[in-house]
Design a protein around this ligand. Sequence first.
Ligand code: 6R9
Length: 655
Amino acid sequence: MATIKSILHETRIFPPDPAFVEQANVSGMETYHALCAEAEKDLPAFWGRLAKEHILWHKPFTRVLDETNHPFLNWFDDGELNVSFNCLDRHLDTQPDKTAIIFEADDGAITRSTYRELHHQVCQFANGLKSLGIKKGDRVVIYMPMSIEAVVAMQGCARIGATHSVVFGGFSAKSLHERILNAGAVAVITADEQRRGGKINHLKAVVDDAIARGGADSVTSVVIYQRGAGNVQLHVPRDVWWHELIKDQSDICEPEWVNSEHPLFTLYTSGSTGRPKGVQHSSAGYLLGAITSMKWVFDYKPADVFWCTADVGWVTGHSYVTYGPLAIGATQVIFEGVPTYPDAGRFWKMIQDHQVTVFYTAPTAIRSLIKLGPDFPGKYDLSSLRLLGSVGEPINPEAWIWYYTVVGQSRCPVVDTWWQTETGSHMIAPLPGAVPLKPGSCTLPLPGIIAGIVDEAGHDIPDGKGGFLVIKRPFPSLARTLWGEPERFRKTYFPEELGGKYYLAGDSANRDADGYFWIMGRVDDVLTVSGHRLGTMEIESALVASPLVAEAAVVGKPDEIKTEAIVAFVVLKGSRPQGANAHDIAVELRNWVSTEIGPIARPDEIRFGDNLPKTRSGKIMRRLLRTLAKGEEITQDTSTLENPAILEQLKHPIT
Ligand code: 6R9
């Protein structure tokens, strides 16, 4: 049986503070266990109860789960609702004047929208879309900067039943073109420009370039939100300014009632190989996952100021900016810029200024802020914070400890949330008023999520040995298919070899004796070293535990004796070492890993860079590093790479 060896030994444990437990939405382990037991006893009854409690239905459902056509499942399938109605109209009687969004621009300017105002903005814009002939079932591509308008655009589509497909504003014309074609979009919503870190990015020009590449005749309208000076080439009648479009529109727009399973959005995820996949989500099941996780994992309270730093171009920005926080009626912060502009204290200053209580960001941001400004949090008053979250990659235990002690002042639980574009909402994450935390572990599955670890044949692997992470039973927020590619959906996520019933996440993981999950990385990233299969994450975490190291990525390169040799790409907290100094530090770090976790994990080679190659959502691109480790030229698509210049530094081994 091919298990994956776990070599990380993390023993620190942080039980929840009694005061936090007392006020928590899910308070104490007994309550958590009771919810899990309710779900295990009768899974459809459990989700059916929650769907009735948390969603406003236009037409109530009578059936919860239909598995006849597995893996293409139907949830609540005779019910009707509108997601935008559930995010906006439901608050109009109870809290119309509550601030829904506090928007902070790159230059610090602040704009606010109450629930009443946001409702008006969405209705007007939805009427504008209708005036362009856009209707239920049409696909609309959104290519916008972080802004209140980006949320309005998404909610506006949801209001009229159009399926949106957001493309991150940093993607190239080529990627945008591919996505427009794949979706068969009838419209693109964009802006003249985007401002991040003091730099201007001309979005509309990229849209023009993408459409000019041909085959995009389905696109009959381009709507442009004016963020900057408005210097764009207008292609009339195709192009229309946002402010012109909404000028005479009514601020009342009756929502389009759609079936539970109506596609709310598709979102392209690149994966490590192959063409991007258009992950397609439902309306009701998706919304339910966003709402329950806001309450369980973020322990949402009406007085919270919630801030998820993700761009709406990623799933995190869908579930925890556009949909989850609005559906539960939260006040949230939306930020246009980057964490390091004007300096590495920006996040902390914004937490202070807006009195943020729940803060959710990615390990890549945490690690880069440790490198660039470890003392910055101390300059600001962070006493409003009560909960911290992490998402996107495994958070190395040392980065976790910094986040917990320096940012959270050892007062705020850290929720490390494991989930994916495909799962729609959190899957494995601590409920902060119940589950004791272990740095580096995303802890236990949410109630109703039946997770497991299996080998290549789909058999359970004993605790303590790593294998493939799967979800064994259906849950409402899972993607329904890949846009236009149902067979690819089945083969990728429900492979025959595993029996066809389990959702295969594509990550490797290990479960400890307490049932805690430890994500070891993508399955493609597992190394085979002298007959042992090792997850890259654990070696990286050992490196990051060294006082010298800010970030590390580990890959394998073919080796005649060991099968694979371990190559570590390392970013130091100080500057990049050169010459003999680099050589000495490399020796020191190799020995460090050897003493920390054992000689088996000792890197054969270390290379230093000022940064690591990352995707635009901040994930380390290990496939490029594998090519560099082998000494080969890069032929892969690097269009999603945030910082291509880094590759040059990482090309050569230290001599
Ligand atoms: C939400 C999101 C999904 C992949 C996933 C895994 C990695 C995300 C993680 C994590 C360890 C966490 N990942 N959260 N790994 N711990 N808390 O990031 O979606 O962009 O689709 O990426 O990200 O490898 O499979 P997506």
